[in-house]
Design a binder for this molecule. Structure first.
Ligand code: ATP
Length: 509
């Protein structure tokens, strides 16, 4: 307030002098220099604020940043490892009596959105510590020395916060540590990064058991390969905790956590949603639950239904529905293409199609979504060949019905080629085990093309026997925009496959 009044007064005086005919520019220049120096000094001497969260009991009800390990789903292994490390703080007397050196740093690493920040917050809660959070990018500035200064401030704030809340320990959480802790010497001409990481190492080396406040640094990264090895040395971040994408059971737990406060219709099976969301992180699943509730709200429903979840999964996977509508001819092509994928998917693995749609979303004009049977981490040759066939189903369906293909299949082809190379690289092709570095590229390419051509022929013969089925399914799909896997399977079951003679006639036509 005082600032605003002073500023108003100064402007009024300057205007008065200007009207009186005085030259006010020297005064403006000097004033400007003062303001700059004042701000710069302030900026360098602690004007920067980190996120501070105290876990003081009085805050517990008001601060929703505080969470417990029970509210984190699908990360039991990481939680167990973390808890074991945190017991160094909880049982500090025993640790001291055994002469164990204090644990200074824990590194959480894994894909984005898997709950690393949540784990750090829960760690502060579990150990009844003060909590200070910062992100690697907050340390990097244009001015040399600012990053190092901020590291010092961060440690000082962690200590002060614990003292003012009568805590014995403080947890400093540094997200995206790879930004500040990348390998030293990589940033040519930018000593700022190196100074910052050096300062962090100095602060961590200085932590001791007899400190009034015990400080534990928890860092998180998606790129552990980029970190300076000095950070991972014993006595620094020497506990590495992997925070992976959740498996099916984990996804179910996370969905349960994020739907706890949401009214679900009886037809919603969280198990089924967990099954359909292979590869989703905790953040994706939180978003699915939230988007499903928004879809229910749009339809003025009191409860969230299965279709809302299906739509939410599509949105999270592929992006928002787009208003653009292809013309009738293109729409027919898209429908034929997607039905082709779906028929092959059901052929290769019955019950595998979840939804087919022709409403544009993200980059796609239409899409067919499969339901994974189970989480899979290893793939046999048969499985990969099946996936290649599904990729080719769209293009071949266009070929069979429209007698030509389109650029819409480019993404599918790339994927099919990638899969064919996987077969070769894993030693599952006719080449047997190959030394990838020394094997002639053209020979490898010819084997990859053989794999793809063989699959293309099989898909062609399967689809050409079902021409009428593709046409009628495509028309229904255009009319309804969406088709469920169940509806597709019912129609397939009622269809009588064209016999071999008709097929022969068709080919010769
Ligand atoms: P990043 O690497 O991008 O910083 P992160 O691993 O730190 O991500 P968080 O910020 O912890 O991820 O998670 C983001 C949000 O996703 C959380 O606020 C929460 O809603 C949800 N979430 C992520 N993982 C889980 C989980 N294991 N259990 C419950 N919710 C989760």
């Amino acid at each position: 307030m005082l600032k605003e009044v002073t500023l108003g007064g100064v402007i009024a005086i300057l205007l008065f002098l200007l009207i009186q005919g005085y030259n006010i520019f020297p005064a403006l220049l000097i004033g400007g220099v003062f303001v700059f120096l004042y701000n710069f000094a302030n900026f360098k001497s602690g004007g920067y604020d980190f996120k501070l969260v105290s876990t003081a009991k009085s805050d517990l009800n008001t601060d929703n940043n505080l969470i417990s390990f029970e509210e984190i789903g699908g990360q039991q292994a990481a939680i167990n490892e973390l808890k074991e490390a945190l017991d160094f703080i909880k049982k500090s007397k025993l640790v001291d009596s055994l002469g164990i050196r204090p644990l200074k740093g824990i590194m959480l690493f894994g894909p984005p959105g898997t709950g690393k920040t949540l784990l750090a917050k829960a760690a502060a809660n579990y150990t009844d510590s003060a909590f200070v959070a910062a992100s690697g990018s907050e340390f990097i500035e244009m001015y040399a020395g600012v990053g190092a200064q901020r590291v010092r401030q961060l440690f000082a704030k962690a200590r002060n916060l614990a003292l003012s809340n009568n805590k014995k320990s403080s947890i400093i959480f540094i997200d995206e540590i790879e930004v500040l802790g990348g390998k030293r010497g990589q940033n040519v001409g930018h000593m700022e990064y190196d100074q910052t990481i050096n300062q962090l190492l100095v602060e961590m080396d200085g932590l001791a058991t007899d400190d009034k406040v015990r400080i534990l640094v928890i860092a998180a990264t998606n790129r552990i390969d980029m970190l300076d090895p000095a950070l991972l040395r014993p006595g620094r971040f020497d506990r590495l905790v992997r925070v992976d994408l959740p498996d099916k059971e984990g996804r179910l737990q996370i969905l349960k956590i994020h739907t706890k406060n949401k009214p679900l219709s009886k037809n919603v099976s969280l198990e089924k949603i967990a099954q359909e969301t292979f590869g989703f992180s905790g953040a994706h699943l939180e978003s699915v639950a939230n988007e499903a509730a928004i879809f229910a709200l749009r339809e003025q429903k009191q409860q969230i239904e299965e279709k809302h979840f299906k739509e939410a999964i599509d949105k999270v996977m592929l992006g928002e529905k787009l208003d653009k509508r292809p013309n009738a001819e293109e729409m027919y092509r898209v429908a034929v293409h997607e039905i082709g994928h779906a028929l092959i998917s059901e052929w290769i693995r019955p019950e595998s199609v979840s939804t087919i749609t022709v409403s544009p979303r993200g980059q796609a004009l239409g899409y067919m979504r499969q339901t994974p049977q189970d989480d899979m981490y290893l793939y046999t040759k048969d499985i990969i060949e099946g996936d290649i066939a599904v990729c080719l189903g769209g293009m071949v369906s266009e070929q069979v019905i429209l007698r030509n293909t389109s650029t819409g299949a480019m993404g599918d082809l790339k994927e099919a080629i990638k899969l064919a190379y996987q077969i070769i690289e894993a030693g599952m092709s006719v080449l047997g085990i190959v030394d990838l570095d020394n094997f002639p590229k053209d020979q490898m390419q010819s084997v990859a093309m053989d794999i793809i051509n063989k699959k293309q022929n099989e898909v062609y013969y399967y689809l050409i026997q079902r021409k009428d089925l593709i046409v009628s399914l495509a028309k229904t799909l255009i009319k309804d925009e969406v088709m469920s896997g169940e509806k597709l399977r019912e129609t397939i079951a009622d269809y009588k496959v064209v016999d071999q003679l008709d097929l022969f006639n068709d080919q010769s036509a």
